[in-house]
Ligand binder design. Structure first.
Ligand code: MG
Ligand code: MG
Length: 262
C-alpha cells in the first residue's frame, strides 16, 4: 500500500480532531473487550464495534478500505494482522489482536490491542506484556530531534532481547485525513537513521511481534497475515504526536484496561 511521500504536519486544531477519533477507537475497543470470552465469534465483536462507532457519530475507518469487508481486523493466535471477522467461536487460551479504525470529522483514529481469551499460557502472556513494552519504548523515541530509525530500534531491541521475531513486512504510518500517510514507521531500524521527526507529525506506532520467527505470509483470503512457523503473534497500536521532550499519545488503553480488570 502506498503511503504517499508528503508528510502532513498537523495544526493544533487538527491534533484535537485526531485525538477525538483516536479516543473513540479506545472506547470502541473497550466495548468489544466486554464481550470477549470463549464462545464469542469475531463477527459478533465486529457488529458490536460497528454499532458503537456509528452511535458515536463516526464511520468505521476500515470498512471498505481497500475493499476490506468489516469494521475490525480480528487476528487470532498465529494471525498477525488484517484477519477478517468470521463465525468461528473463540476458545479458551486463544489470543485475538483487534485493530480498529474510525473516521470522524474527516480524521482517522487507528489503534489495536491484543486480548487473552480466558486463561492463556504464561509464555503467551509474556509476549503480550513485552509487545506492549515495545510500544511504550517506541513512543518514548517519538520526539523532536530523533529519527524514524530510533523508534524502530527501540522496539526491535526490546523484542529481540526476549527472543521474539519482529515482523518486517508491515509497518506503522503517518495518520490524518488518510488512514495511511507518510512516513512509514518500521518496528525495526537503526539508531539515528531515517527521516527526522518533526513537531506536529502524527504517527501510528504499531509493533507486531512474533513468539517465534519473524517471517510471515499472506493467507489465500487476500488479507490475513500469519506467522510462517504458526506460532502466535501480538499487536498493539497507539496514535501519537511528535513533540519536544515527550510525545503526546492521542489514543488510550485506559477504557480497555478498566474492562479487563473487572
Ligand atoms: Mg491499526
Ligand atoms: Mg495502523
Amino acid at each position: 500500500m502506498g503511503f504517499g511521500r508528503r508528510v502532513h504536519i498537523k495544526t493544533d486544531e487538527e491534533v484535537e480532531l485526531l485525538r477525538e477519533s483516536s479516543l473513540l477507537v479506545g472506547k470502541t475497543l473497550a466495548a468489544v473487550a466486554e464481550r470477549i470470552r470463549p464462545g464469542v465469534t469475531t463477527l459478533e465483536l465486529d457488529a458490536v464495534a460497528e454499532e458503537f462507532i456509528r452511535d458515536h457519530g463516526a464511520e468505521p475507518g476500515f470498512k471498505g478500505y481497500g475493499g476490506f469487508p468489516n469494521s475490525l481486523c480480528t487476528s487470532v493466535n498465529e494471525a498477525v494482522v488484517h484477519g477478517i471477522p468470521n463465525d468461528k467461536p473463540l476458545e479458551e487460551g486463544d489470543i485475538v489482536s483487534i485493530d480498529c479504525g474510525v473516521l470522524k470529522n474527516e480524521f482517522y483514529g487507528d489503534s489495536a490491542y491484543t486480548f487473552a481469551v480466558g486463561a492463556i499460557a504464561p509464555e503467551i502472556q509474556q509476549l503480550l506484556d513485552v509487545t506492549k513494552e515495545c510500544l511504550r519504548l517506541a513512543i518514548e523515541q517519538a520526539v523532536v530531534g530523533k529519527r524514524i530509525g530510533d523508534i524502530g530500534f527501540a522496539c526491535q531491541q526490546h523484542a529481540e532481547k526476549h527472543g521474539y521475531g519482529v515482523v518486517r513486512e508491515l509497518v506503522g504510518h503517518g495518520l490524518g485525513r488518510s488512514l495511511h500517510e507518510a512516513p512509514e514507521v518500521p518496528n525495526y531500524g537503526r539508531r539515528g537513521n531515517g527521516p527526522r521527526l518533526m513537531n506536529g507529525m502524527v504517527l501510528a506506532i504499531e509493533p507486531m511481534i512474533n513468539l517465534g520467527r519473524k517471517e510471515v505470509f499472506h493467507l489465500e483470503d487476500g488479507w490475513t497475515i500469519v506467522t510462517a512457523d504458526r506460532k502466535v503473534s501480538a499487536h498493539f497500536e497507539h496514535d501519537v504526536v511528535v513533540r519536544n521532550g515527550q510525545a503526546d499519545v492521542l489514543s488510550s488503553f485506559d477504557e480497555i484496561e478498566k474492562v479487563l480488570q473487572h
